[in-house]
Design a protein. Structure first.
Lengths: 346, 332
């Protein structure tokens, strides 16, 4: 285990090796990958119906001026599974997240959670239904302590009304329960030693942990994580992965955006690939790397792009050089063994 | 030496007088809005003006009792806060700032305009509306009382006592609110609105509540000022007062219950001490007439406040009560 470069306080550098966390995922466990079993017979097709969808998206389109950021015909997210959302930069993953959680409204389309339409709902209303999200750029509330950050996540707080806030008797008991729950979660996330520190003093990785723990305070049914591993050191990544798997064990539906393919392969039950606003493939993680559309989206963009005049000239010159070299070879002058491969596409 | 003590006593009286209370109440309101919730209200004086004129117009023009006037002033502040908040609180913070600063100036010009003279008294304003208020005084308002070497009239003393009572009540309210879950949500809104939305809180409602609460406190401040001066004149309510209240808040420490109160007292103490002190020094010849004349003092004292604020921001950016660690976190 490499030394952890981030300042951690009392946090041990190997988070997976703690015996004290009863619910944390460990490698010896046999996880109940119910979603994986349920999805075994689902064909690897775009927009394929799932056995038990939690979220259903239909014809959602969002354009910014002339740019179509998201255009999804049909997508179902399996309940109780971890769905990875991948795609090159600018594919519309975060925009889709914003649309699903009410932070942005689409131009057309509808989407539902547990059969309840989510269109036209404000972000806080979506959150109250049990769909919470985290952000790509971590939003720790810097000048609140870690514990206060956590307490904010609790739902249905009686003391959050203006007039009821003035009578402590109404909310004291609830506050105590929430504090206990928050401390439980903080212990699981190894942040309990930092409970009285300002969240602004935490390292980037710790903020990611805090944001995830805070989201869990609301007992969500669906957790949407926008790049949970971005900027997190490898030691902490393992711990975060464990926590994400843990969510699935507790029956939550997880949707996450990630660029690290190893991570996606490790924890996803199902992977949805987006490119240029559209879903170009979906299927179990092992199906994705062989998918031609995915390879094209990640690697083949230039391959398919029309050539500019300069590029055509360059290709022409190279072809001429090749011909010249071949003529030289015919004349018996062996110049080099590493002749460029033949270009079959020209 | 005797003159210096006199100057100190006069400054102390100023720090306890109704002007300091006026700024304290304005600053408590701004503290709720800006210090805790992160709302930029640059027109707090408009709320104060509505408070002052709420009483003045109700009593002198409409013949209503004083206390109905107080109620009307508070209601007017609530309505103004709603009107300002409804269109702007869904937008970025800057829009509220623009709307409030324009409203403060616009309302003052409206109140002093010729067409409004029949209601507000125009540039001359209104007077003689605080009879009901002084009638409640437990001591005769004509008498003079000596406290800590300063002389107070009974009326001044009564306004100050009622005013400080209001300040204490307002501070208690802020304290009770900010230690509650409501206060936690409001402080979180200051840090990051979207994070709070994602956790299922209706940010718009919280911002509106904070704007209304702060506006009502501003209106109470305006009432104390109107009662203290015995008149309500639109040009008393220049928007520079809003920024002096901000100065008081920053001096005392934002997002602290007692920050605005102590800040306002200190601000008025410094202004008055500089004023009396400089005048004494000039009349004694300690400062040569060529360098500074008595007529310059009114301006110079605010220069001194500005200098003091600058030094404070360099050496103690968190204000008197603030937490340095907390302020330093802002360098994100």
């Amino acid at each position: 285990m490499p030394a952890d470069p981030t300042p951690h306080g009392g946090t041990p550098s190997d988070p997976t090796a703690s015996p004290g966390a009863p619910r944390a995922f460990r490698h010896g466990d046999t996880p109940q990958r119910l979603a994986q079993v349920a999805l075994r017979d689902v064909p690897w097709e775009i927009g394929v119906p799932k056995p038990d969808p939690a979220i259903v998206v239909d014809d959602v389109a969002r354009t910014f001026g002339g740019l179509t950021a998201v255009s999804v015909d049909h997508l179902e997210i399996q309940r109780g599974g971890i769905t990875g959302l991948i795609g090159p930069n600018g594919a519309g993953k975060t925009t889709l997240f914003n649309l699903l959680t009410g932070f942005d409204q689409p131009n057309t389309g509808s989407w539902s959670f547990n059969g309840r339409p989510l269109g036209k709902l404000a972000p806080h209303e979506v959150a109250r239904l049990g769909v919470v999200r985290t952000f790509q750029l971590t939003k720790a509330l810097s000048r609140l302590t870690v514990l206060q950050n956590m307490l904010l996540g609790a739902q249905g707080q009686r003391g959050e009304g203006f007039f009821r806030a003035l009578i402590p008797g109404i909310w004291r008991g609830q506050e105590k329960e929430n504090t206990e729950k928050a401390m439980d979660l903080l212990r699981r996330f190894k942040l309990d030693a930092k409970k009285d520190d300002f969240a602004g003093t935490l390292s980037g990785g710790q903020r990611k942990l805090l944001e995830m723990a805070r989201a869990l305070m609301s007992d969500p049914q669906v957790v949407m994580l926008d790049e949970p591993m971005a900027g997190v050191n490898p030691a902490l990544t393992q711990s975060l992965l464990g926590h994400v798997k843990d969510l699935r064990e507790q029956g939550m539906t997880v949707i996450f955006v990630e660029h690290d393919m190893d991570v996606v392969r490790d924890i996803s039950d199902w992977v949805v690939v987006m490119a240029a606003g559209r879903i170009i493939a979906e299927g179990p993680p092992e199906s994705i790397s062989q998918n031609q559309a995915v390879v094209d989206a990640y690697l083949g963009a230039h391959h398919d792009a029309p050539l500019t005049v300069e590029e055509e000239d360059e290709v022409l010159r190279e072809a001429e050089r090749e011909i010249a070299r071949e003529q030289n070879l015919e004349e018996g002058e062996v110049l080099s063994s590493d002749a460029p491969p033949e270009r079959t596409d020209r | 030496m005797g003159e210096l003590l006199d100057a100190l006593a006069i400054a102390l009286k100023a720090a306890l007088g109704f002007q300091a209370i006026f700024f304290a109440l304005l600053a408590i309101g701004i503290n709720v809005q800006f210090g805790y919730t992160g709302l930029l209200n640059f027109g707090q004086i408009a709320f104060a003006m509505l408070g002052g004129f709420g009483i003045a117009v109700s009593v002198t023009q409409w013949g209503l009792p004083f206390w109905v006037g107080v109620l009307i002033g508070v209601l007017a502040a609530v309505v103004l806060a709603l009107l300002l908040g409804l269109p702007t609180l869904r937008l970025r913070a800057d829009y509220l700032a623009i709307a409030t600063i324009a409203t403060a100036e616009g309302l003052r010009l409206l109140f002093r305009s010729v067409s409004a003279t029949s209601v507000t008294g125009g540039t001359r304003g209104l007077a003689a509306f605080n009879g009901d208020f002084y009638a409640l005084s437990p001591w005769p308002t004509e008498g003079r009382y000596s406290i800590l070497g300063t002389s107070w009239s009974g009326a001044q003393l009564f306004v100050a006592v009622v005013g400080w009572l209001l300040v204490v009540l307002a501070s208690l309210l802020v304290w009770a609110l900010m230690r509650s879950p409501w206060g936690r949500v409001v402080k979180s809104v200051r840090e990051d609105e979207d994070a709070v939305r994602a956790l299922g809180k209706n940010v718009y409602v919280y911002k509106m509540q904070a704007l209304v609460l702060g506006g009502v406190m501003g209106a109470l401040g305006g009432m104390i000022y109107a009662v203290g001066t015995g008149s309500a004149i639109p040009d008393q309510y220049q928007n520079a007062n809003t920024f002096l209240a901000y100065a008081a808040l920053i001096l005392g420490g934002a997002a602290r219950v007692l920050g605005p109160v102590v800040g306002a007292m200190l601000l008025y103490f410094i202004v008055q001490f500089a004023d009396t002190g400089l005048r004494t020094l000039i009349s004694k010849g300690a400062i040569p007439e060529g360098l500074l004349s008595a007529t310059d003092v009114a301006q110079i004292r605010f220069v001194l406040v500005g200098l003091g604020l600058m030094l404070l921001l360099v050496f103690r950016p968190q204000g008197i009560f603030g937490d340095r660690r907390e302020v330093m976190l802002d360098a994100r």
